[in-house]
Ligand binder design. Structure first.
Ligand SMILES: Cc1cc2nc3c(=O)[nH]c(=O)nc-3n(C[C@H](O)[C@H](O)[C@H](O)COP(=O)(O)O)c2cc1C
Length: 388
């Protein structure tokens, strides 16, 4: 058993064990991948203030997100095709999150369905919605999430059309993979993944196949999703979706203070400052750079969360100390899942919690509510001077 001390350790194992097509799917940004890279490298520009002679006993990383107790201010982000990274991936990740005490968010584009994840867990999880043109289907999907007792609806706003990720096009990404010669050669070296997949509950999109007229297999699905994502989604439609759901709503994909104000107007319970992990608008700012202006605009009126680029507990601390009430990890948990299934997700969460805890202590904090901007050294020009 290798000694795992960082998220990158998990990534190295994940890379060896997972088919190239799915590794590349996760490990890509759109276009030149500038935003994907800067999401992480911008965290590195922020330094920490070391404080001493502060009583460090009785520490805790526990906190709350949208009024829910969390073991640390970190949720699992919605990740499509998680069940292709590892057999029954959504179920395994949801179980790991539940045992650890952090929220799990199920993607619309998951492999395991809402019902399968609900059956495999005991506490409510969150459901992420992509809006489709087929309004009946969206209404049924929302109803299914209600029936499964999901405790929040995360509506993703930054993917009405798909950002181009070159590798997915070159690899011919599909679920399950199409057996071309290069794919078969690659799969032959991934026996652990293959054996797992043979026993998987499902190998297609569980929230879609069988729930939409005319979609009975995944070969029709690619064309269906390209056609079906709703390019006309606007604030009035978001307000309608919120009403239809009737519970807590989190709006994901806000990167601009003006949009944050609109989210506030439609009554979001929380917003996620996010650029989809650099997978959509390549060339956009990193989330951590966008955070201060959004906090200045709406931070005292709505819970502000952040994702994109988080690879350590130090990154979590930086985001929370700047003012985010919670954070999400996407790739960091996928690496764990692809490396070692449920145990790997738990390991990823443990690594992050330990880094958060030790860093908090060495910065002179004992609990999450102690974290504040004056624990950080933020470069003076961090937000940058941009001409609109
Ligand atoms: C492989 C992959 C699939 C994703 N699928 C979805 C999705 O189905 N719905 C969604 O709202 N966001 C999706 N995202 C974006 C994540 O929810 C999250 O915003 C992003 O991963 C955060 O960046 P990080 O990976 O650097 O932590 C996906 C991200 C990745 C890496």
């Amino acid at each position: 058993m290798p000694v795992i001390t960082t998220i990158d350790d998990l990534k190295q194992i994940y890379r060896r064990r997972t088919p190239k097509m799915f590794y590349d799917y996760a490990e890509s940004g759109s276009w030149t991948e500038q935003t994907f890279r800067e999401n992480s490298s911008d965290f590195d520009q922020i330094r920490l203030r070391q404080r001493v002679a502060v009583d460090m006993s009785g520490r805790s990383t526990s906190s709350q997100m949208i009024g829910q107790d969390v073991a640390m201010p970190v949720a699992l982000a919605p990740v499509g095709l998680t069940g292709m990274q590892c057999a029954d991936g959504e179920i395994k990740a949801a179980r790991a999150a539940e045992k650890f005490g952090v929220p799990f968010t199920l993607s619309t584009m998951s492999i395991n369905s809402i019902e399968e994840v609900a059956e495999a867990t005991t506490k409510p999880f969150w459901f992420q919605l992509y809006t489709m043109k087929d309004e009946d289907y969206v209404a049924r999907l929302i109803q299914r999430a209600k029936d499964a007792k999901c405790s929040a609806l995360v509506i993703t706003l930054d993917l009405q059309i798909l950002g181009q990720r070159h590798k997915d096009l070159k690899n011919g990404l599909s679920a399950p993979p199409k057996l071309t010669i290069p794919t078969m050669i690659n799969l032959a070296t991934k026996w652990r993944w293959g054996i797992g997949m043979l026993g998987a509950k499902r190998r297609n999109f569980g929230n879609i196949v069988g729930h939409v007229h005319g979609v009975s297999d995944t070969s029709q699905l690619g064309a269906w999703t390209a056609e079906q994502f709703d390019p006309s989604l606007d604030w009035s439609k978001i307000a309608k979706l919120k009403k239809m759901w009737g519970g807590k709503v989190i709006l994901k994909g806000i990167l601009d203070a003006e949009d944050a104000k609109m989210a506030l107007k439609v009554g979001a319970d929380a917003i996620i400052v996010s650029n989809h992990g650099g997978r959509q608008l390549g060339g956009a700012r990193s989330s951590i750079r966008a955070l201060p202006a959004i906090l200045d605009a709406v931070g005292d009126k709505v819970e502000v969360h952040l994702d994109s680029g988080i690879r350590s507990g130090q990154d979590v601390l930086k985001a929370v100390a700047m003012g985010a009430k919670g954070t999400y990890i996407g790739r960091a948990f996928v690496y764990g899942l692809g490396a070692m299934g449920e145990t790997g997700v738990t390991t990823a969460l443990q690594v992050i919690q330990k880094e958060l805890d030790i860093t908090m202590a060495l910065c002179g904090g004992r609990q999450i509510s102690d974290l504040s901007r004056d624990m950080l050294l933020i470069p003076q020009d961090f937000e940058g001077k941009w001409q609109a």
